[in-house]
Design a protein around this ligand. Sequence first.
Ligand SMILES: O=C[C@H](O)COP(=O)(O)O
Length: 262
Amino acid sequence: MTDAAHRTDREIAELALACLDLTDLGESTTLEANLALAERAARHGTAAVCVWPRFVRPVAEVLAQSPVRVATVVNFPSGDEPVGEVVAMTEQAIADGADEIDVVLPYRALLAGDREAAAAVLDAVRDAADDNDVKVIIESGELVDADVIRDAAELAVAHGAQFVKTSTGKTPVSATPEAAAAILGVLASLGDAVEPVGFKASGGIRTVADARTYIELAEDTMGEGWVSPTTFRFGASGLLDDILRVLEIEDTDESAPSTSAY
Ligand SMILES: O=C[C@H](O)COP(=O)(O)O
């Protein structure tokens, strides 16, 4: 049993907040919603925000004086975009101020046996991202089988992932404890000889009770103290509401929803 099992809900909520990539990847999200998201992240001290590429520049401007990092998504959510477009989008995102690139592994290509094509996209994004962190979304809900999930995680690590991330949140099955256990097993097997590779649980994580499940799993597998923003993230659009409820923090954001598009 780890420290996490002894933590109060309040302590879990504080840890989840520090590790949160506050996400808005809604299909009809607006510039105003993204600016409000950035202000909310800065106000409460999340690890990062995760937004569509077209909002990176304005969001990065809002967060310029803040430690909150800016993450964006490429090859998202299909995992099937042409490599040239994925590279161009990555380069533009970095130029616009992104600190972290969340790329979808070409998981359909992997499932079809085309490992080289999947690896080529990861190599190209790793290269285009320069020194910025790359998180590889393996879309574990579509891979289903634990052996296939482990294989995808190993491919991601072998091709430069700083984090292995479960899900886009756009498929019927998102993060599950079983998928998390399979990925964490791969990360644990890397040992101390290499730079640590982090884990990001994403998709469908809404409550502090959900967060506790993944934090305890990560500490059981990786050891006490491993859950920190450098190696552990939650990608979630709704989790912050429950974190603030547990922490009894009133959210002062009064931004009105807007219909304008960026
Ligand atoms: O990368 C993160 C996911 O897109 C967020 O999914 P969610 O809206 O279910 O929290």
